[in-house]
Design a protein around this ligand. Structure first.
Ligand code: CP
Length: 316
C-alpha cells in the first residue's frame, strides 16, 4: 500500500450536484481523477485514504455502472463498502426516505452514495445525516459523477475542453446526465448544443446558454463530441415519440448522421445503451466510440470524489 498523501483542498462536505462547484473544484476533481487512472492501471491498486471508513451504497433505482464503480472505487481506497439492497430493505414495508436515513446514520457510516428516482431526494437525505453524501443520480435533476467522468474522458482524448463543440442528443427533457454535463462543460469553456425532438427538449433550455436544434444535420455540423442519450421511458408520463422506428430514423446516431459532424468527432453514451433506438451498433462499437473508455474513467472519477471528500468525513 502507498503512504498516506495530504488530503486535497476540496471545500465541500457533500457532492450533490455540479451546480455549486467552482471551476477550480471541477479542475481539482479532474486532476485527481487523472492520478486515479494511473493507480487503477497498476497491479497494486490499493490506497489507504479511506482505511477504516465505512461507505454505504444506497441505490433506490437500478444501476450497473455507477454502483459497481463506486464499490470498486471505495475498495481501492481501503474503505469497507456495504451495498444496501433497497429491494429487500424496510423501504418495501413503507419506511420513509428520512427514516431510512436516520436509521443508517445511527450505524455511523462515513460516506453514503445515493441514487433516488426523485429530484432533490439526495439533498434531503444529506440534511439528515452526519456523514458525507454523494449524489449518484436523483430523478431528472443531476448525475454529477457521470458529468465528471465524461469531462475526464474528453479532456484525456482531446487534451482540453475549452473551445470544443459538444452536441448532446436525444431525451434531454428527462436527463440528469444532460443537465450536469451542460453546467460542467460550459463552466470549462465548451460550446454545448442540445439536439432532440421538440417534445424532448425542456422549456427554457436555451436559458442555460446552450444552442438548441431539432435537426441532427444542423446540430451535428462541426461538432467535436457527440453525446447520445437514452430514451428514459421510466421517467416518461405519456407518449413523447411516435414510435421507436421513427425516432431512430430522425434522431438515432448511425454512420450517415455521424458524417454530419467533424471527421474525427468522438461518440459518447453514458449507458445503458439501447442499440437501434438512439444509437446504431456499428457506431457504438466503432473506432470513434469512447463508450468503454467512459466506463474506465467512471472508476477513476469516483475514486477522486471519495478522496476529495475524505478531509470532511466524521472525525477527520
Ligand atoms: N450511466 C449510468 O448512470 O449508468 P447506470 O444506470 O448503469 O449506473
Amino acid at each position: 500500500m502507498s503512504a498516506p498523501q495530504p488530503l486535497p483542498a476540496f471545500p465541500h462536505r457533500h457532492l450533490l450536484g455540479i451546480e455549486g462547484l467552482s471551476r477550480l473544484d471541477m479542475q481539482l476533481l479532474l486532476d485527481m481523477a487523472d492520478e486515479a487512472v494511473e493507480v487503477s492501471r497498476q497491479v497494486e491498486k490499493k490506497k489507504t485514504t479511506l482505511r477504516g471508513r465505512t461507505q454505504v451504497n444506497l441505490f433506490f433505482e437500478p444501476s450497473t455502472r455507477t454502483q459497481s464503480s463506486f464499490e470498486i472505487a471505495g475498495k481501492r481506497l481501503g474503505a469497507d463498502v456495504m451495498n444496501m439492497s433497497v429491494g429487500s430493505s424496510s423501504v418495501k414495508k413503507g419506511e420513509t426516505l428520512i427514516d431510512t436515513a436516520i436509521t443508517l446514520n445511527a450505524m455511523r457510516p462515513d460516506i453514503i452514495i445515493v441514487r433516488h428516482h426523485q429530484a432533490g431526494a439526495v439533498k434531503l437525505l444529506a440534511q439528515k445525516v452526519e456523514c458525507s453524501v454523494v449524489n449518484a443520480g436523483d430523478g431528472a435533476h443531476e448525475h454529477p459523477t457521470q458529468a465528471l467522468l465524461d469531462a475526464l474522458t474528453i479532456r484525456r482524448r482531446r487534451g482540453r475542453i475549452e473551445g470544443l463543440v459538444v452536441a448532446i442528443c436525444g431525451d434531454i427533457l428527462h436527463s440528469r446526465v444532460a443537465r450536469s454535463n451542460i453546467i460542467l462543460l460550459q463552466a470549462l469553456g465548451a460550446r454545448v448544443r442540445c439536439i432532440g425532438p421538440s417534445t424532448l427538449l425542456p422549456a427554457g433550455i436555451a436559458g442555460l446558454g446552450v444552442e438548441v436544434f431539432t435537426s441532427m444535420r444542423e446540430g451535428l455540423a462541426g461538432a467535436d463530441i457527440i453525446m447520445m442519450l437514452r430514451l428514459q421511458r421510466e421517467r416518461m408520463n405519456g407518449s413523447f415519440v411516435p414510435s421507436v422506428k421513427e425516432y431512430f430514423r430522425f434522431f438515432g446516431l448511425d454512420e450517415e448522421k455521424l458524417s454530419y459532424a467533424k471527421p474525427d468527432a468522438l461518440v459518447m453514451h453514458p449507458g445503458p445503451m439501447n442499440r437501434g433506438v438512439e444509437i446504431a451498433s456499428d457506431v457504438a462499437d466503432g473506432a470513434q466510440s469512447l463508450i468503454r473508455e467512459q466506463v474506465e474513467m467512471g472508476v477513476a472519477v469516483r475514486m477522486a470524489v471519495l478522496e476529495a471528500l475524505a478531509r470532511h468525513l466524521p472525525n477527520s
